[in-house]
Design a protein around this ligand. Sequence first.
Ligand SMILES: [Zn+2]
Length: 467
Amino acid sequence: MKKLITTPIYYVNDIAHLGHAYTTLAADVLTRFFREQGEQVFFLTGTDEHGAKIAESAKKEGKDPKEFCDEKSELFKKTWENLNIKYDHFVRTTDEKHEKAVKKFLENLKDSIYEKEYEGLYCTGCEKFLTEKELVDGLCPDHKKEPEKIKEKNYFFKLKDYLNKVEKLIESGKLKIEPDFARKETLALLKQDLDDFSISRQKVKWGIEFPFDKNQTIYVWFEALLNYVSSIGYGTDEFNEWWDDAEIVHLLAKDILKFHTIYWPAILLAAKQKTPDKEFIHGFFTVDGQKMSKTIGNVIDPNDIVNEFGVDGARYLLLSQFPFGQDGDFKKEKFIEKYNSDLANGLGNLVARVLKLATDKKLEPEKNILDRTKQTRDNYLEYFKDFKLFEVLNEIWKLIAFCNEYIDKNKPWESENREQIISNLLYAISEIAFLIEPFLPETSEKIKKQLENNKSIILFKRMLSIT
Ligand SMILES: [Zn+2]
């Protein structure tokens, strides 16, 4: 099996925050898991770099837009490197390869494009037109700014022609939208009167030139979606190798659901391309019960978590907070406590205790241990295939707790059955080392080495809690 796993591309106007890190880390964990299962996986992420907002921000910093984008996209790459996230391709929408593919794609979309005079309320913060209904007291609810009234000639995509087909794709399960809330929300949106949408801008200069009209640029949202095909070589022979043969899986947060679950499949249908196989949507989160915001001062920089808890500590803390796919709360206040209890005491202590008592003599593990680890592995596979990363971690940590209790109960240090007990535990630890690999790749390696050398070195230093 082959899989193409993608994250959205992130707007370079922002720096990598917890939300970006969460989606990208999940994609990395899934990639590592499916590879371990013998699948060929292509993991794609990147940055979205066009639009009026970028040009404005660059100008504020006294830079030209490209220079600005070069710097900002580096910051994203650096953050992914710090989190040990290993993508196969990092697309930048200012890449020549992307630009060429986008133009080519538009030519194949020609029959579904028309010209129209358009007037609407545009928020540069969102880079999109807002409807009267979406405004709160006349302002964009996200940017607290009055949108500009813009009248211009635009090119439109005939979305309405494809809505029925998109609905059928979803209802037949050919396009899986998960979790269920996202599927329901998409189907509800399809029942509303969705209109054709514009895919070009007359006044935005920082963008890719519209192929049929040199006075226009391609709308940044539309162009960004095309990264999924440009990155794997749309317009060249290599393209089909991944787009047609692989299972296409998009991961995203629910704020961009409509673009991905409705617009994107419609665009692909119009261009006579395969539609995605699965879109997995995750929720919003709060930090210590509050919405993340600069004014409250609770914005979490993922790089800070790495500095404080190490790369595997950060990876664990990010994904062990609440089920993947739901809204949830990051309990930053409890990070130290969770790190100590699950990593330093739970996993780290288990490995240290067992290796201290281990000798070169190893016996076959007993049946009860084989059964117990097999149970974990079965559940692990089941949950992983459904992208239930939180549940997978719970399963592994239940096995770790089982092992720690097993030591306490059997007291190998004073037992005449010591060699058997320790052999059982060594077997369970080797299983755990294998199971944690997608989440904690460095720790997994360290444990495997320690098992080989029969020597324990501290995996996670206990931290002093301030409270
Ligand atoms: Zn806005």
